[in-house]
Design a protein around this ligand. Structure first.
Ligand code: GLN
Length: 262
């Protein structure tokens, strides 16, 4: 399994998000604390971020080497700042290619997506509607195929959270052994799922209202400086909230909503 993380809020350097926290993504590459499947994430890493004043398409940096082996990235990360970042370290699923194009984040030119998990390759192939005009996956990695299914739903006009939830529930229904923690952003909101792996979030500079709303157990959280959504907490500080399995998180710069997927 992989570990992934996303930040939405005030502008921060990539290093302050990924390298500096004591249990941030860099540390999680070699010593994850909550990963349920696998022990180390050494098959590649990637970061994507938005620079809306320059262009709408997010920038990406992906390599098929361990994050700790790329000192040049660590150097760049100290001076690249963004208000929306999504990054992942990879432990390739058995049988999947180890190559840059199989490494998250994937993009359709507007969104960034990471998949922590596995799914039978026939499932996303079956969910791609029609072959003509279907998005062409970057790689034959299961995660790249899942990303293509999400891109197709979005291109057909679905809202981000609806597209992600629909694809996860459909894929989970077709493969009972699938693990489907997706993390997706469009630069102004973060959408994440839990389906077989861990996920936590923390709001900085805001207040957790802790309101249980109705039977679907939504939790509303007001955001101040920003929100971090991560496979596991990047430090032992206060404020981290763990999701249950089979949940959907939708965060923007105003609040975080967590609901049940099924
Ligand atoms: N199945 C994906 C891959 O091979 C994700 C793996 C993971 O979550 N470790 O990259």
């Amino acid at each position: 399994m992989c570990r992934h993380t996303a930040w939405l809020g005030t502008s921060q350097t990539l290093a302050s998000l990924l390298h500096d926290p004591p249990h941030g993504l860099l540390r999680q590459a070699w010593e994850p604390r909550r990963m349920l499947h696998g022990r180390i994430n050494a098959d590649g890493f990637g970061a994507g971020w938005y620079a809306p004043e320059i262009r709408t398409e997010p920038a990406r940096y992906r390599r098929a080497v361990p994050i700790w082996a790329d000192a040049s990235f660590a150097s760049l990360a100290g001076v690249i700042s963004s208000g929306c970042v999504l990054a992942a370290v990879r432990n390739a699923t058995v049988g999947m290619p180890v190559e840059e194009t199989a490494t998250a984040p994937y993009t359709d030119g507007r969104h960034l997506l990471s998949h922590n998990g596995r799914v039978d390759l026939t499932v996303p192939l079956g969910l791609l509607r029609g072959s003509r005009g279907a998005p062409v996956p970057d790689s034959r990695c299961d995660s790249a195929l899942l990303a293509a299914v999400v891109w197709q739903r979005l291109a057909a006009g679905a809202h981000l959270a609806d597209a992600v939830a629909e694809v996860v529930v459909a894929a989970g229904g077709r493969d009972g052994a699938a693990r489907l923690n997706l993390l997706v952003t469009d630069g102004s909101q973060i959408v994440a799922t839990t389906w077989g792996e861990t996920l936590s979030y923390r709001v900085s500079g805001g207040e957790n209202t802790g309101v249980g709303i109705g039977a679907d157990m939504e939790v509303g959280t007001e955001i101040g400086a920003g929100v971090e959504v991560a496979s596991e907490p990047s430090d032992d500080g206060d404020g981290w909230i763990d999701l249950d399995d089979h949940q959907l998180l939708v965060a923007d710069t105003r609040n975080v909503i967590v609901s049940n997927l099924t």
